[in-house]
Design a protein around this ligand. Structure first.
Ligand SMILES: Cc1cc2nc3c(=O)[nH]c(=O)nc-3n(C[C@H](O)[C@H](O)[C@H](O)COP(=O)(O)O)c2cc1C
Length: 137
């Protein structure tokens, strides 16, 4: 299995109806493909984690990349994993307006993370992933 995360910017204001359409499709497709994850949306930015079989995650990610509702996708994390961090969610959603300040600060800080496809960058991302896991348990 792999876990992949990316950041992107929404191309239009994402209202509740658009978000629920994205989630409904995600939950249907991801259940069928045994993909789980978390989608976080805040202030025009998306952060999404996808995990599952490498081919399933890749195929899902390719569809997501082609979606005109967002742009500027940056893959920030891709690691082999032996267990799922988000196993209970075909696609969970993190509503930043429902989070406390520390959690919100954590999510917004992700936008300023220095990004590069190096091992050092993956190491830097690992604590963020741990934090997500800890809240979602
Ligand atoms: C931010 C964002 C996250 C998405 N996440 C998923 C996802 O986890 N799984 C998925 O199948 N589609 C996801 N989508 C939707 C896909 O881009 C695409 O519209 C959908 O997979 C097409 O499904 P369909 O061919 O069954 O209509 C996402 C779209 C956006 C904009």
């Amino acid at each position: 299995m792999i876990c992949l995360a990316y950041l992107s910017s929404s191309t239009l204001p994402i209202d509740a109806a658009t978000l629920s359409d994205i989630l409904a499709k995600s939950q249907r497709n991801n259940t069928a493909n045994n993909v789980t994850g978390l989608l976080c949306h805040h202030d025009g930015s998306f952060l999404q984690f996808l995990e599952g079989g490498a081919e399933d995650v890749e195929a899902t990610f390719q569809r997501i990349c082609a979606d005109p509702r967002h742009r500027g996708l940056i893959e920030v994390y891709r690691q082999p994993v032996t267990e799922r961090a988000f196993g209970a969610w075909s696609m969970g959603v993190a509503r930043l307006d429902k989070m406390d300040e520390a959690e919100r600060a954590f999510c917004t800080s992700l936008r300023t993370v220095e990004l590069s496809a190096t091992a050092a960058h993956r190491d830097a991302l690992e604590p963020f992933l741990q934090t997500f896991r800890a809240w979602l348990r």
